[in-house]
Design a protein around this ligand. Structure first.
Ligand code: ATP
Ligand code: MG
Length: 680
């Protein structure tokens, strides 16, 4: 039996409840993730075959941590492993086995946002809808909503209740057909097609039902309709489903997640046992007090108690005249912590709401030579060169992927010009054939020059020998990758682009990091393959997704959305202004849709409760927008937390009250290098 004596009573109860539906509904930092980790170890210690357990986490990083923790708790490495993954990677696994019954190739590629946009644009072009009000971005948003409700194109057109939706329905059909023909699936398809599979192929569903006897889900408040249906179908027989979550941390409403699933769990599973956890082991009392007061302003939530277990003083509010001063102030503070107080950089995080915020912080961090890693903002994988290299790999995996092929067919230039490609593409579209397949006919009809034909043949030859090279048994992917970069001439192209000495770093970064990412994947994967690598990258949360500096030495810059589930000793929550947190979009639609501001409030609650020991909240009194400096309004959340702030200020020493401090800038603690003693 696993020793669980250091868990509290309700935690123990949840860990020891092995069978039947179980809901752990509890506030931030109460040990929900800890409970399901222990529970998995407890199941295995009780003799359950690890391979019969599925545990769904929110990021791949969390999945890996859970696996390590479980081994640690069991005191041994497991010969057989439980499946611990995100919803999306779980579905990729199923589709790689079963997708052919839906008419897709098993080597399907996962489209990224850029691929999706070009597919959407093309669908609108084909339907001659480019002049309508329907923009590719809007179309994709609508398609995503339909998919998350399990709606196929036929049904979409049927239920459309406006001309606009009718048009979108037609474009949806086109889009979906084009993807299927190219052997491509988008991110939502991973869930959507798995659902189609379960619905239309009962034998496939049965195989999944027979795979797992125990299923558990972390961050259950952020599951959407489709994820709920998928899980409900596979646990239908045994109902051994344990979910943990916090309705106050539901922050993906915009992506279709519905709090109703967690609040209605007992309705869906009437036999469910509900366990509540109230003791927070993460944050100091002041941080909890602040979080509690803020979230109490939301309606329609489950009233929860959150009791702090840790004393200590820890909350500071700072106001700066402009965003430059805000970044300087925060970074000066961090430099002080690292250099004077020897705080480990990995214990520090700056959390922000929008993607425009980090740039100026990055600039300051570089100036002060503080290492940082950025999560959830612009990623390494958005660079043109990285996308090109990925396109190469995608074409190698799936020769039908014309979108990726067209991206790289003449990069670096190899004498296959735009005119040639356009003619071939026009023929391919007209005859509903693949790009490669129409080359002989096009050549016979004199549509392409013999020189172009030669170059095409040569390129095709090169790609097929690389395809073979990657398939060799026991092949080292990273070495073959470097060979690919050389033989295709891409390495030379990069050298040409980043010629100067200063650019050498970039040159090394691109190729070096990509090769590192591939070999890191190789080292950690059970049966590495090119497909597997591309899946990892597409699934985003992948930790191979960015050049990693040694974790210890880097502070973290992170969006609030990606901070969920994590904890740091010190958190800087920046930009507490109307229009940032709460976000402008939610403020704009507040009157039609008051719940949008509630979601922002939950996001702020998530941010506050990431802090273990110290929380610094900042705002700037002005900000440059569209080239003009404008005054900002303090976030309403500051006002809502005012009494807690006052109590904390009285307890922790005067001067922390935002109201009392508003208007003061530059003097006192505001904008000062933050001698640490003052924070205490
Ligand atoms: P979130 O809502 O943010 O996801 P959570 O409920 O999942 O939080 P955990 O991350 O599991 O909470 O735990 C928060 C912190 O409290 C962790 O550092 C964990 O190790 C610690 N913790 C949890 N339970 C206990 C306990 N019984 N005794 C001591 N520490 C605990
Ligand atoms: Mg958690």
């Amino acid at each position: 039996m696993l020793d669980i004596s250091h868990l509290n009573r309700p935690q123990q109860e949840a860990v020891r409840t092995h069978r039947g539906p179980l809901l752990v509904l509890a506030g931030a930092g109460t040990g929900k993730t800890r409970v399901i980790t222990y529970r998995m170890a407890d199941l295995i210690a009780a003799g359950v075959d690890p391979e019969r357990i599925l545990s769904v986490t929110f990021t791949n990083k969390a999945a890996r941590e859970m696996l390590d923790r479980t081994s640690l708790l069991l005191g041994r490495t497991m010969k057989k492993r439980p499946t611990i993954s995100t919803f999306h990677s779980w579905c990729v696994g199923i589709l790689r086995q079963e997708i052919d019954s839906l008419g897709y190739p098993k080597q399907f590629v996962i489209y990224d946002r850029g691929d999706q946009e070009s597919a959407a644009r093309k669908a609108l072009q084909v339907l001659k809808m480019t002049d309508t009000a329907l923009k590719p971005g809007d179309l994709l948003a609508q398609i995503s909503r339909w998919k998350m409700q399990g709606v196929m194109p036929d049904l979409a057109q049927e239920i459309a209740d406006s001309d606009h939706e009718q048009l979108a329905g037609m474009a949806y059909r086109r889009y979906q057909l084009a993807l299927k023909a190219a052997g491509g699936v988008d991110f939502d398809d991973l869930l959507f097609l798995t659902w189609q599979l379960f619905k239309h192929h009962p034998e496939a569903l049965e195989r999944q039902q027979n795979r797992f006897d125990f299923v558990q889900i972390d961050e259950y408040q952020d599951t959407n309709e489709l994820q709920f249906r998928l899980i409900e179908s596979i646990v239908r027989r045994h109902q051994n489903l344990c979910v943990v979550g916090d309705d106050d941390q539901s922050i993906y409403g915009w992506r279709g997640a519905e709090v109703k699933h967690i609040l209605g769990f007992k309705h869906s599973f009437p036999a469910a046992k509900v366990v509540r956890l109230e003791d927070n082991y993460r944050c100091t009392e002041s941080i909890i007090q602040l979080a509690n007061q803020l979230v109490a302003h939301n309606h329609g939530r489950h009233e929860k108690r959150l009791i702090a277990h840790r004393g200590g003083t820890s909350v500071v509010f700072r106001e700066y005249p402009d965003e430059q001063a805000e970044a300087e102030g925060v970074v000066r503070d961090i430099a002080y912590l690292i250099h004077q107080l020897n705080v480990r950089p990995c214990e520090i995080a700056i959390l922000f709401r929008t993607n425009e915020q980090p740039r100026i912080f990055e600039h300051e961090l570089r100036r002060k030579q503080i290492h940082y890693r950025i999560v959830g903002g612009q990623s390494f994988f958005d660079r043109k060169e990285i996308k090109d290299l990925q396109a190469y790999l995608k074409v190698l995996v799936n020769p039908r992927d014309d979108l990726s092929l067209l991206r790289i067919i003449n990069v670096p230039p190899r004498g296959i010009g735009d005119a040639t490609c356009e003619r071939l593409l026009a023929r391919a579209v007209k005859e509903k054939r693949r790009f490669w397949d129409v080359i002989p006919d096009a050549a016979a009809a004199g549509e392409i020059t013999s020189k172009a034909l030669n170059n095409l043949r040569q390129f095709e030859q090169q790609m097929s020998s690389l395809r073979e090279a990657f398939k060799q048994p026991g092949v080292k992917l990273s070495e073959t990758f470097l060979r690919m970069v050389e033989t295709t001439g891409y390495a030379r192209e990069i050298e040409r682009t980043y010629r100067s000495a200063e650019q050498q770093e970039m040159r090394n970064l691109i190729l070096g990091e990509f090769a590192n990412a591939v070999s890191q994947y190789e080292a950690q994967s059970r049966s590495p393959s090119l497909e597997g690598y591309l899946d990892e990258v597409s699934l985003g949360g992948s930790d191979f997704a960015a050049p990693e500096r040694p974790d210890e030495n880097a502070i973290t810059l992170m969006t609030l959305h990606s901070a969920k589930g994590l904890e740091f000793e010190r958190v800087y929550l920046v930009g507490l202004e109307e229009g940032i947190l709460p976000h402008k979009r939610s403020v704009d639609e507040e009157f039609e849709n008051p719940s949008s501001v509630e979601e922002e409030r939950r996001l702020c609650y998530v941010g506050i409760t990431r802090a273990k020991d110290f929380l610094t909240i900042t705002r700037s009194q002005s900000r440059v927008k569209w080239g003009k400096k404008r005054e900002t309004k303090p976030s309403r959340f500051l006002k809502e937390m005012r009494t807690a702030m006052e109590t904390i200020a009285a307890r922790e020493g005067a001067g922390n009250d935002p109201a009392a401090r508003s208007g003061k800038t530059g003097g006192g603690r505001t904008g000062q290098p933050a001698p640490h003693g003052e924070m205490l």
